[in-house]
Write a protein that binds this ligand. Structure first.
Ligand code: KG4
Ligand code: ZN
Length: 328
């Protein structure tokens, strides 16, 4: 089964070809235009998708060596995401599906982040997935393929959003997550103890208190102090965020009794989180899956692989497929 995957839910225009579960190409056009605004501007995102989608899909096909006429189905991100951005990908996918007379498969972007783990690893159920991205922070119990239960989620900011917003307070460029990660590597995580919210209760998260705490902390320092200690401050922020994520993940593992844990989403590229998750997996003697770096942040390979798993389960859509800005 040859699947063409298309992703356009936020600010990356991406396309990928997957053949019998193997990724043959993975092309991503990142929209640099949002950097100067310090966040994604929805109208500019949809215009940029519109401009680059044809070329991105063409490139994914030619890099894979598969001809469009040999594609069996088109998988496309259906939501959650920015409505204008989703519409570009879905309309394009429908056009291709009509022209080639092939089925279309709508893919939940968050599910796709989880299934990105199965690009390089064997499928493994039951499992718990910690999904940490710019828009979502969730703990999900995967009982079987496409049989999930939400265990907990953030009540305010997502983990990636916390990294990005705190980075902005620290005057770092957008998106700050990877930069905070890099600076943390040479900083002291115990330099300052930022708050870790809701550590002792449940499986929900909250990161807005941490953001406010960093804001007040930086305001009360003398000029130049934050810049001079940026690595230590970043390491302390990373420690606070990852401590909370790991405590909750561990609680979810104990509650469900699963033997497999999967990290997913952009923040799963974070080195401190990966290190702590590995330590936790050793301690609990469970299996830990983490996608390769290129499959952690938004990409179309995760859409293509999820599409091929859905095809295997017979979960096809038709041309009435429509985008959802919010999607459970
Ligand atoms: O999954 P993703 O590409 O897009 C969404 O669906 O949101 O995640 C993007 C988020 C951004 O907030 C970005 O700052 C964060 O992932 N991120 C990181 C790292 N790499 C990406 N956060 C912390 N450490 C990283 N290495
Ligand atoms: Zn994402």
């Amino acid at each position: 089964m040859k699947i063409l995957g298309i992703e356009s839910s936020c600010d990356e225009t991406a396309a990928s070809v997957c053949s019998n579960g193997k990724i043959l190409s993975n092309v991503i056009a990142t929209q640099a235009i949002h950097e100067k605004y310090g966040g994604v501007v929805p109208e500019l995102a949809s215009r940029a998708h519109h401009k680059t989608i044809t070329q991105t899909v063409d490139q994914a096909l030619s890099e894979s060596g598969v001809l469009l006429k040999d594609i069996d189905a088109i998988a496309v991100a259906q939501g959650p995401g920015l409505m204008g951005s989703l519409l570009v990908g879905i309309s394009f996918a429908k056009g291709l599906a009509i022209s080639q007379k092939i089925p279309i498969i709508g893919v939940n972007h968050i599910e796709a982040h989880m299934y990105a783990n199965f690009i390089e690893h064997e499928e493994s159920y039951p499992a718990v997935s910690l999904i940490v991205s710019g828009g979502h922070t969730r703990l999900v119990h995967l009982k079987a393929a496409f049989n999930h239960r939400l265990l907990g989620k953030t009540r305010d900011d997502a983990a990636g959003e916390a990294f990005d917003k705190i980075g902005k307070i620290l005057k770092l460029p957008y998106p700050a997550g990877p930069i905070v990660d890099e600076l943390s590597k040479t900083g002291d995580p115990e330099f300052y103890s930022f708050p870790r919210s809701m550590m002792n209760q449940g499986l929900d998260f909250s990161f807005s208190g941490l953001k406010t705490s960093v804001l007040y902390y930086t305001r009360k320092q003398e000029e130049g102090y934050v810049e001079n200690h940026i690595n230590d401050i970043c390491a302390s922020v990373s420690a606070a965020i990852t401590d909370v994520l790991i405590v909750k993940l561990k609680r979810a593992v104990k509650k469900t009794g699963v033997k497999t844990v999967m990290l997913a989403g952009g923040v799963s590229a974070n080195s401190m989180l990966r290190e702590k998750a590995e330590y936790m997996a050793d301690e609990l003697e469970i299996r830990l899956l983490i996608p390769a770096f290129e499959y952690c942040t938004d990409n179309a390979a995760m859409i293509a692989i999820t599409g091929s798993l859905k095809a295997r389960e017979g979960l096809f859509d038709d041309l009435s497929l429509r985008p959802f800005a919010r999607m459970e």
